[in-house]
Design a protein around this ligand. Structure first.
Ligand code: FHN
Length: 436
């Protein structure tokens, strides 16, 4: 199952021939056993939040609907810095409720939350001392939502992670990407931007909000290997356990990132994650109503886990601070499914059977004798034909409800599991196999 629903953003930094995985250090053989990633490997499912000034125009500028993803509106409509900056004066998200946002991640069964501390528009969603272009200094809201989120994440047991756009900054004259206000910065100017401005903000993020799970860099574009190492080293020096994603560039990250919304066709033998949207945009667009179904999202989560990956699923809150209701409903549906079937996703790795027509398999990372069958298409005759895993199966049971299933060996080497005639769960019925 490969899905590519979001058109690549201009300047997104991925070469067309790069394939679905943007590599990170996860490809190094020792990286697969780095225990710093254990919490993240166990988590499998995180909440991505794209929130910033772009939620005000919400996809529309001067009465015109601007094509593309919502958070790119400044770039797409070539909005001058001085004009775009004025949005800050209107940003007053009085309905923002950190407890509710973190509670939603919790109800959805997500284990980490990655929020845009600064996206390509350069606006800092936290109290930055190296710029006045931030939510505390430049908006009527005047308070720091990241501080509240950090406290709530601690209280509710969710790992807080920060998205930080280290290359593109359309507000800063030496950041990359704004060719309508500024000259393209020379290499030395861009280097100063990375080593002084971006580094100072990353330092703030890792100093002022307690332990951070990861810095999620993006669109490496012109980053040199030295610059990637410089930022990764800074992160690891300030918080040695903090992870760095693959989009730091130049194979320097702790794990690999796929292209947006692209799930590899086959299992991948490295640590990887797919950032994905529920509709077609990351930042809020008031007219993007094309939502993926809960069934699709649950099956995507399982598909990803069955190939060793993590699913970082996005919401784009409104400028008032509300997460759109269709996103809430879908995330809650995923959480209900995970409440019953979570053991087949959390703490699992790719399963022993790949390329199955009717579903997917995952395997416990800690118990070598436990394998999970995820049955998407229930057999019409209630008899599930299972190719040999190479190991003897001693028991089969439904994960939800725990009913034991009977098995018989078929002459072909297959095992036939006698299952109820009707699918117990039309989205994904999970069967736990115990191996000898
Ligand atoms: O350009 C960004 C985009 O706005 C969004 O943040 C996504 C999320 O993965 N990353 C970039 C495009 O790949």
């Amino acid at each position: 199952m490969t899905t590519s629903t979001t058109p690549p953003a201009p300047g997104a930094g991925a070469a067309a021939d790069e394939g679905p995985i943007r590599r990170g250090a996860a490809q190094r053989s020792e990286a697969r056993s780095d225990p710093r990633l254990d919490w993240w490997r166990d988590a499998r499912f995180g909440l991505f939040i794209h929130w910033g000034l772009y939620a005000i125009p919400a996809g529309e500028w001067k009465g015109e609907r601007i094509a593309g993803i919502g958070e790119w509106i400044m770039f797409r409509a070539r909005i001058p810095v001085r004009e775009y900056e004025q949005l800050a004066k209107q940003f007053n998200p009085v309905k923002f409720d950190a407890k509710e946002w973190v509670g939603l991640a919790k109800r959805a069964g997500q284990k980490y939350l990655t929020i845009t501390a600064k996206h390509h528009d350069g606006f800092a969603l936290y109290d930055s001392k190296v710029s006045d272009y931030d939510i505390v200094d430049a908006t009527p809201f005047k308070s720091d939502p990241i501080k509240e989120l950090a406290e709530e994440c601690r209280r509710q047991g969710i790992r807080l992670c920060f998205y930080y756009s280290q290359t593109q900054d359309w507000h800063h004259k030496w950041g990359d990407g704004n060719d309508w206000d500024y000259q393209v910065p020379a290499d030395e100017q861009f280097d100063t931007y990375v080593r002084e401005y971006a580094a100072a903000q990353v330092r703030e993020l890792l100093t002022n909000y307690g332990p951070i799970g990861m810095i999620w860099f993006d669109t490496p574009k012109r980053m040199t290997t030295e610059q990637s190492h410089f930022l990764a080293n800074l992160v690891h020096e300030l918080q040695p356990d903090c992870l760095v994603n693959g989009r730091i560039g130049n194979d320097v990250g702790d794990y690999a990132e796929t292209r947006d919304n692209v799930i590899p066709d086959e299992k991948v033998e490295m640590d990887w994650e797919v950032p994905a949207t529920i509709n077609h945009t990351w930042g809020f667009k008031h007219y993007d109503e094309d939502w993926k179904s809960a069934e699709d999202l649950i099956r995507k989560l399982v598909d990803i886990a069955s190939k060793n990956g993590n699913y970082l699923l996005n919401v784009g809150p409104t400028s008032e601070g509300l997460i759109p209701q269709p996103s809430v409903e879908r995330l809650e549906a995923m959480g209900r499914w995970l409440d019953a079937n979570g053991e087949s996703v959390y703490g699992t790795t790719a399963g022993p059977l790949q390329g199955l027509g009717w579903g997917r398999t995952t395997a416990s990372r800690r118990d070598p004798n436990t394998v999970y069958l995820h049955v998407f298409d229930w057999p019409a005759d209630g008899r599930l034909h299972l190719p040999s895993t190479g190991r003897r199966i001693t028991a089969a049971a439904l994960v939800a409800g725990s009913a034991t299933l009977t098995m018989e060996a078929a002459s072909s080497g297959e095992t036939v599991i006698a299952a109820p005639a009707q699918a117990p769960d039309p989205i994904d019925t999970v069967v736990r196999l115990t191996l000898a």
